[in-house]
Design a protein around this ligand. Structure first.
Ligand code: FUL
Length: 486
């Protein structure tokens, strides 16, 4: 072999290996943008609609926060039917049921062996009833996941504020998780008004929540029993409070936040909870908790104040439609069933969801983009309408913006655009616009910042056959898994 030939093979080798390298680099999926959601958090995002059930002594005393001195004898529902709750929830699109096993007044809906302040000392089923059992069985029967709310604040306990109460609280968690699982979400309510009965002391007790409850130890205990549990609290770590109880997530809604900023108790924490933080170091998405009535518990005087299907639909748009999940509370009445007005409103919501968001006009659309990763089918814009949540459109690494055009099979009046990011690779998009083709020009129909798991944009109804999504800024190459048009 001559020197020249040897050199040219070598060069070819370098060329080939460079070429291969370039190609491998091109077909690699986009690198994740950290932090990422856990598998349990991805499942939680996909559930979208969850239900809260507030039921206890307050239902019979017309209070929102029991003082802690109410007699267990007051708890006396005439015909509790947890199957009616679960059947209604399943029938109207909810995926979970989270029950207030113990609210701030300390009364327990299950016969806990650690206290006398429970259903066992109520007239319900002559003290033989167990509503946590009934609810978890009904949830299972109807294919809903079951969640537990156990109020950390207890206005009844004489030992509230001392280490003994923390032992009591943890014992109850052990009881609930071992007897009534599987449990998908644990709701740690941060509310603490200070004053209470406290075994007759009738005083105000101030605690430093973060230090007193020693949450890391409690979370470890629960995780040993339920490794995939999602913890709700202001600071997560599973999901965070959205900062209000009106059903509204931030229009800018980062799933990321630095939990240290939350614990610091800064002013303006509500708005931080609602928007999250673009540079947050943990994935702790917001959950939107809101009641179907003004109160969390049932009050007959609120029977005419049940939110209308239209109001519930707006809440759906400002929660699920802003990348959060909705946790809607439906409080059983004194019979122990959902009131007919509430059931009617839930079915009304279901009908509205079907009417407004039930017919995706983009199903047979033609989709093109000005850039897609390595020009490979794997990342092509057609992936956003293929109905497969695991496929996506992504751009080349150096492109943090991009345009997708969707041509509908035929012209139609459109009212909503739905966008989804492939969040398994992180939340990336920082800003976008949607334009529609009208009068021979592109006209802006909507503008936004974050997308996340789901973003639904309500636009002025307009007839068109062409829609353009422009990602105008992103943390890295945008990764969009789904676009629907209604
Ligand atoms: C709040 C509580 O004080 C309310 O009573 C209700 O349980 C709501 C979901 O959380 O913090």
């Amino acid at each position: 072999m001559t020197f020249t030939k040897q050199a040219s093979i070598l060069l070819a080798g370098i060329f080939v290996s460079n070429g291969l390298f370039a190609q491998v680099k091109r077909i690699a999926p986009p690198a994740p943008v950290y932090p990422l959601p856990s598998a349990a958090q991805v499942t939680w995002h996909e559930m979208e609609m969850n239900a809260f059930v507030h039921f206890n002594i307050n239902t019979f005393t017309d209070k929102e926060w029991g003082y802690g001195d109410e007699s267990p004898a007051l708890f006396n529902p005439s015909s509790t039917d947890a199957n009616q709750w679960a059947r209604t929830l399943k029938g109207t699109g909810f995926k979970t049921l989270i029950l207030t096993c113990k609210h701030h007044d300390g009364f327990c809906l299950w016969p806990s062996k650690y206290t006398e302040r429970s259903i066992k000392n109520s007239p319900y089923k002559n003290g033989k009833g167990d509503i946590v059992r009934e609810a978890s069985d009904a949830a299972k029967k109807y294919g809903l996941k079951f969640g537990i709310y156990l109020s950390p604040w207890d206005r009844n306990r004489a030992d509230y504020g001392t280490p003994a109460y923390i032992t009591y609280y943890r014992n109850q968690l052990k009881e609930l998780f071992t007897k009534y699982g599987p449990v998908f979400e644990m709701w740690f309510d941060g509310a603490n008004g200070g004053d209470g009965y406290y075994g007759g002391a009738k005083e105000k007790r101030t605690i430093n929540g973060a230090a007193y409850y020693d949450w890391p130890t409690t979370l470890n205990l629960v995780k040993k029993m339920e490794p995939n549990i999602i913890f709700f609290s202001d600071a997560g770590p599973g999901v965070r409070w959205v900062g209000n109880e009106n059903g509204i997530a931030g229009k800018t809604n980062w799933n990321t936040i630095s939990t240290d900023t939350i614990y610091a108790g800064k002013a303006g924490i509500e708005s931080l909870l609602s928007t999250g933080a673009e540079d947050g170091d943990k994935w702790v998405p917001a959950e939107v908790d809101v009641s179907i009535r003004p109160g969390w518990f049932y009050h007959a005087k609120e029977d005419a104040l049940v939110k209308t299907p239209e109001q519930l639909f707006e809440i759906y748009l400002s929660s699920v439609g802003r990348g959060s999940t909705l946790l809607l509370n439906i409080p059983p009445d004194r019979t122990g069933q959902f009131h007919r007005n509430d059931v009617k409103a839930l079915y009304g919501l279901k009908a509205l969801l079907k009417k407004e968001l039930g017919h995706n006009l983009a199903v047979n659309a033609t989709v093109t983009a000005d850039n897609y990763r390595g020009k490979l089918k794997q990342f092509s814009p057609a992936n956003i309408t293929d109905g497969n949540k695991e496929t996506y459109w992504a751009t080349d690494n150096e492109t943090r913006a991009g345009n997708i055009e969707i041509k509908l099979a035929k012209s139609a009046t459109i009212k909503y655009i739905m966008l989804q990011e492939y969040i398994k690779l992180g939340q990336r998009v920082k800003s976008f616009t949607v334009a529609i083709w009208k009068d021979n020009a592109w006209q802006t129909a909507a503008e936004g910042t974050t997308i996340g798991h789901k973003r639904i944009l309500k636009i002025e109804p307009v007839e068109t056959s062409r829609i353009k999504l422009s990602i105008t800024d992103s943390k890295a190459s945008p990764v969009i898994s789904n676009v629907e048009v209604f």
